[in-house]
Design a protein around this ligand. Structure first.
Ligand code: ZN
Length: 389
């Protein structure tokens, strides 16, 4: 069993330590201290320097009690989205929420708390276990930068669990690839009242392009959005520049490519309709396109070691865990691409990335109990494998 009071207090403590992305040092130091008190050898890597943050990823190595057994990785991220400073948690029975001025940061302090409390319980109850490599990452919320800049050769684990989703009854094993997309639409400026026929409105081109675009949920596996539009200087100037920023995501890379190309084509086609000739000189509207891969998809099969381990642990507890596809990316996307087979288990966080974020501690307890069982079972399997030679 895990200690419910202790994990609840740990969560309350962690959410009250400010840790916006790139400013995770205080929470990193606290987590480092707790892991060291539990006997881990702890390293803070150089990812912070690479991304302009004040700390790196915390890597805590816990020695197992089964010599020679394969290690398992457990990971959660330390950073929170904005507004996340000065969190004042409000406790109403089993529900923890905020005063409505900040996020709670249960995303992903609940994941950090689950990892720490589970390992504490494992040690206190002398449950045989393999080596555990706990990775507390930075800058997940700003593009998975901590995981991307983690040198995985520092880790020996080949499989693991990321704790960064809501319902502990679900295990996310599939996640999309994403593209950041930016268009700069160039028109031609002119006086709106005196010489409108000598201008090309970049705003009109943007409007036509967006109106022609398929956006929102494209199909079961694909989404797209234009989230930022900037342009124009004054009402009496025909605007010569509009910047559109958007994204597309899909579980299938071919679909992601097709959607990205569709969006680009809408902008190109809209721009192609516009040209003006002034004093014998013709100007055509034109477009600059930028596409950057945000992260790459993950697809862990149900037959994989980590999913089978979670299924078996759940069934020993009389529970069922269902594998799911996520619409978002997380550190697990990166770890899978770097050769550590990872699934994402829920911890109870809800309404994340809003000031209405809340968490039911019963979900977090369930997540921690399940994790304790996962580690116990992982140890038993390692012992059996050893006995079988
Ligand atoms: Zn998260």
């Amino acid at each position: 069993m895990i200690n419910q009071e202790r994990i609840k207090n740990l969560l309350l403590e962690l959410v009250q330590i400010d840790s916006h992305s790139r400013e995770e040092r205080d929470v990193a130091e606290r987590i480092k201290k707790y892991c060291e008190e539990m006997g881990a050898e702890v390293e803070i890597d150089d990812a912070g320097e690479k991304v302009g943050g004040n700390t790196g990823n915390v890597i805590a190595r816990f020695k197992g009690t089964i010599p020679g057994a394969e290690p398992i990785m457990m990971s959660a991220h330390m950073d929170t989205v904005v507004p996340g400073k000065g969190v004042k948690p409000i406790i109403e029975g089993d529900i923890i929420r905020t005063d409505g001025t900040t996020v709670l940061g249960g995303d992903d302090k609940s994941g950090c708390a689950v990892i720490i409390e589970t390992i504490r319980s494992l040690k206190e109850q002398n449950i045989p276990h393999t080596d555990i490599e706990a990775v507390f990452s930075i800058c997940e919320e700003v593009g998975l930068l901590g995981a991307k800049n983690l040198d995985v050769s520092k880790l020996r684990s080949r499989y693991g669990i990321v704790f960064d989703s809501d319902d502990p009854g679900f295990l996310f094993t599939k996640g999309p690839s994403s593209n950041h997309i930016e268009f700069k639409i160039h028109g031609l400026e002119s006086h709106a009242g005196v010489a409108p026929e000598q201008g090309i409105s970049a705003i009109r081109i943007a409007a036509e392009a967006i109106a022609a675009m398929k956006l929102g949920r494209i199909d079961e596996e694909t989404t797209a959005n234009i989230g930022v539009i900037q342009g124009g200087l004054a009402t009496n100037i025909i605007p010569n520049l509009v910047v559109l920023k958007g994204e597309a995501r899909s579980l299938k890379d071919e679909k992601l490519d097709a959607q990205t190309e569709h969006m680009a084509r809408c902008v190109r086609d809209a721009a192609a309709k516009y040209e003006v000739t002034v004093d014998g000189q013709t100007t055509k509207a034109w477009v600059e396109e930028m596409v950057e891969r945000g992260y790459s998809s993950m697809d862990v099969p149900d037959s994989s070691k980590v999913v089978q381990l979670v299924f078996a642990a759940a069934s020993r507890m009389g529970l069922k865990v269902q594998t799911m596809a996520s619409g978002g990316g997380c550190d697990a996307n990166v770890f899978n691409r770097k050769g550590i087979e990872c699934a994402n288990l829920g911890t109870g966080m809800r309404a994340i990335h809003t000031v209405k974020e809340w968490l039911d501690v019963k979900d977090m307890y369930a997540s921690a109990e399940m994790t304790l069982e996962i580690l116990r079972l992982n140890g038993e399997m390692a012992q059996q494998a050893k006995a079988a030679g």
